[in-house]
Structure formats: structure tokens, C-alpha cells
Design a binder for this molecule. Structure first.
Ligand SMILES: [Zn+2]
Length: 443
């Protein structure tokens, strides 16, 4: 006899997206239930809708067996998706300094060296994952370091927490310090061993991770392409067109290619499942080709500001049809909070003349990120069968926000105030597969 499935009934105001609301805030793209119910069985969503509709949708015997979680007065959404983040760089979060290439040399590379020690990697991964959950983020696409043990440590910790996470070993065989260098051969053998052990285990997925074109030889980029093609559901992440000095350097290193994107295209590093951080200085042709191959961009607004790299043209990308996720890019970005990141996304949009609507911002932080990472079959909204990862937000935790919301009349206004004035203090609870894994204590 099978044991009874674990059932959970959650009552809250619920918002989730069914599609991209686009430039014109298409109201068919989202559902909002002021007095909503989320019914979870064995960690998966079986009903999401008005609380009043629950009775007709779920038979009483199943409802009566459920634990009740009452979050009335709070806003419940799918767990946030951070589509680009470097876990080893928590060690250098908020380090002063100039621009991308200097920042890599002065802070990032020394910090990544420390993760050669598996104990350091375990401790850093454990802290990183706990803090993600405290910020309401339940899925991320994560860079480890060049050391296979840094990926091993991350997956062990993520698996323990039953999280849906992507991670990969950084591939880097030139233009970096000797102590962080692999080779095309070890890139292949180390990645293949990690894929065999971790890809598809629990809720974990492997993402092939060449750091960016300047730090991989053509031979190593060949290997990356081979790894990406090795499984139909493989993921890939890297960086593209972040900084003008970087772009000029790529042109010198790969003179035969007409632009930065063509370097990746020529090694088969594009397609569904591939995501590139930044994409700030792209041409119209590059945007069209990204859309054509359904290669995604991770929009990293706090990093745009912190490293002074430029303004990601999120509206141009959206208009071209490029899948877009939102990302913290810690430690190039300055916070693990997707709320702060949404606020910064709006500000970067304003600076670049591309206004971001609250609907699109909240979409990007949830379903948009899941879609950009090719994980939207499993997470990102509350359709029946989706994994029940969710975040509960309490805007009363910030007095100015609470006060402001007394004067808000529409949901769009409330959502906008929450993303501009809110931060991790608003995260009242985080649930993974229905189970509460983090809860803040109200002040
Ligand atoms: Zn990055």
C-alpha cells in the first residue's frame, strides 16, 4: 500500500504568470487571486485559484487531510529564479573597483582560488544556498569555479535541500592565472564525470560553463560544444557583450568572426538551454540571431550599475523575441535579493530609455527566468503538476512600504511599490516542494 501523499493547503493572495505580458501588459498573461488557495500534493501543485473555488475543485476527503498554512494578508508567488550568479563570489561581494577586467583580476580570481579546498567550497555553498532561500530564491543558474570539487560541494548541498538548481564547472584554459587554469582535456573529463554523477539527479541539472570567450581557447570551446550536445536536456551558461574593452579583446582573439555572438555560434554554443549573462552592447543582428536560436540573456541590472558596464536594452531584447531572465550576478551585482534586482532593473531601464513595467519585472523574476533556463516545464508558475516552490511576501515588514501601500489603488501600483521599496526583509517565508524551509521572524 502506498503511503498517503503529503497534502498542504495554503491560503494567501496569489500571483503567477502564464506567459510573458510583453510590452503592452497583456492581462491574459497573469492570474491574481486576492483570496487565493494553493493546494499541494506530494510537493506538486494540484490546484491554484480562488479560495471559494477550492471546494468544487478538490474533493473534501483530500482537503480534510491537508495541513493548513494561513498566509492571509500576504502575497504568494512562485519562488524567484536567479538566472545568473557566481556562488564563490559571495566572498568578494561589494569589493571596490573599476571595471570588469580589473575586477576579475583583483578580486574574483583570488576568491575563486580558495574553493580548491573542498571544505571551503562546502561551507561557501551551504551559506550561499541558505541565503538564497532567505531571499525567496528557489532556483538559480550558478557558476562554481574551475575546480570540480566546487561543483561537487554545491550539488551535495543543493541536493540536501531538495532544490532545483543548475551549476557547472568553469572552463578556463587561457588568459587567467595559472592556479585557475584547466585544459581542453581536463575540461572534458572533469565535466563529463560531473554530468554523469549529477545531471538529472534529484532536481539538479548540469550547465556547461565556459567563463567567456577570452578565457577559453578555440579547442576548449569545441569541447564545450561537445558537452552541450552530449544530452538533449543539457544547459549552458557564459557571458556575452558585457563591457566595451571585453568586446574589443574578443575581436582581437577571434578575428575571423564578424561579432562576439558568432564566436559562440561557430562552436555550437547557442540554442534552447543556453543563457548568456549581460548582452549589453549587442547589435540588432545579434539580437535577431539570439531570438532565432532561442538563446537566452540574463539581465543583471545591479551589476550593470556596479561595474559601470552599460545599460542592458531589455525592451529591445524582448521585442526581438530573445528569452530573458533576471539575475543578480553576485558578486558583480551587489545583492542576492530579486526584489532589489527588480528595482534596479527599472532604474537601468530608465537610464537606457527602456521603461520596465511592473508586470514584466515580476514575470522576469519568476516564469521568465524559468523559461530562459528551459525549466518552465517544472517551475515558474502554479499550473497543475508544477513543483510547489514558492515565496511569501509581507509588505508590512518595511514601514515606508506599508505606509505607501495605504495610498495604492491598483495591483500594478502595489507591485511596483513593492519592487522599488521592498527587499529581503519582505520575505516572510520560503517553501520548497511545499515544505517551509525558511521563515523570518516578524519584528
Ligand atoms: Zn557573471
Amino acid at each position: 500500500m502506498n503511503p498517503q501523499p503529503a497534502r498542504l493547503l495554503v491560503r494567501a493572495s496569489i500571483l503567477h504568470f502564464l506567459a510573458d505580458p510583453g510590452e503592452h501588459d497583456d492581462p491574459r498573461a497573469w492570474q491574481y487571486f486576492e483570496d487565493g488557495a494553493l493546494f499541494v500534493e506530494d510537493g506538486h501543485v494540484s490546484f491554484c485559484g480562488d479560495f471559494a473555488a477550492l471546494e468544487a475543485a478538490v474533493p473534501v476527503a483530500r482537503r480534510d487531510a491537508a495541513r493548513l498554512c494561513d498566509y492571509r494578508g500576504k502575497l504568494l508567488l512562485p519562488g524567484f529564479v536567479d538566472s545568473h550568479v557566481h556562488y564563490p563570489q559571495l566572498r568578494v561581494l561589494g569589493s571596490w573597483g573599476r571595471q570588469l577586467l580589473d575586477w576579475l583580476t583583483d578580486y574574483t580570481f583570488p576568491a575563486e582560488r580558495a574553493l580548491a579546498d573542498e571544505n571551503v567550497a562546502r561551507e561557501t555553498a551551504s551559506f550561499f544556498l541558505d541565503r538564497l532561500l532567505a531571499h525567496g530564491t528557489t532556483t538559480a543558474s550558478v557558476y562554481a569555479t574551475v575546480h570540480p570539487q566546487s561543483v561537487e560541494a554545491f550539488f551535495v548541498e543543493a541536493d540536501k535541500r531538495k532544490l532545483r538548481m543548475l551549476c557547472g564547472k568553469v572552463l578556463m584554459d587561457r588568459n587567467c592565472p595559472e592556479f585557475l587554469r584547466d585544459t581542453p582535456a581536463t575540461a572534458l573529463s572533469d565535466s563529463a564525470a560531473l554530468i554523469a554523477r549529477w545531471h538529472g539527479r534529484g532536481r539538479l541539472g548540469y550547465t556547461v560553463t565556459p567563463r567567456f570567450a577570452p578565457t577559453s581557447s578555440p579547442e576548449q570551446l569545441e569541447v564545450a560544444g561537445e558537452l552541450f550536445r552530449s544530452r538533449p536536456d543539457m544547459h549552458l551558461q557564459s557571458h556575452l557583450s558585457e563591457n566595451t574593452r571585453e568586446i574589443a579583446w574578443v575581436r582581437e582573439l577571434f578575428p575571423a568572426q564578424r561579432d562576439y555572438l558568432e564566436v559562440y555560434e561557430s562552436f555550437g554554443l547557442v540554442g534552447r538551454g543556453a543563457i548568456y549573462g549581460h548582452g549589453i552592447h549587442l547589435s540588432a543582428s545579434e539580437r535577431e540571431r539570439l531570438a532565432g536560436s532561442q538563446t537566452a540573456i540574463a539581465f543583471c541590472p545591479t551589476s550593470n550599475l556596479f561595474l559601470g558596464s552599460g545599460w542592458c536594452a531589455h525592451a529591445d531584447l524582448g521585442r526581438a523575441g530573445v528569452p530573458l531572465g533576471l539575475a543578480t550576478d553576485v558578486g558583480g551585482g551587489t545583492s542576492l535579493s530579486m526584489l532589489r534586482t527588480m528595482g534596479a532593473a527599472y532604474e537601468v531601464g530608465q537610464a537606457g530609455g527602456q521603461t520596465l513595467s511592473p508586470w514584466r519585472a515580476w514575470y522576469l523574476a519568476t516564469l521568465g527566468g524559468a523559461h530562459a533556463l528551459a525549466l518552465d516545464h517544472a517551475i515558474g508558475n502554479f499550473l497543475p503538476g508544477r513543483e510547489a516552490d514558492f515565496v511569501v511576501l509581507d509588505s508590512t515588514r518595511i514601514p515606508e512600504l506599508d505606509f505607501r501601500l495605504r495610498y495604492a489603488s491598483t495591483l500594478a501600483e502595489r507591485l511596483f511599490a513593492l519592487m522599488m521599496l521592498g527587499d529581503e526583509r519582505c520575505v516572510a517565508a520560503t517553501h520548497v516542494l511545499g515544505e517551509r524551509v525558511w521563515e523570518s521572524v516578524a519584528a
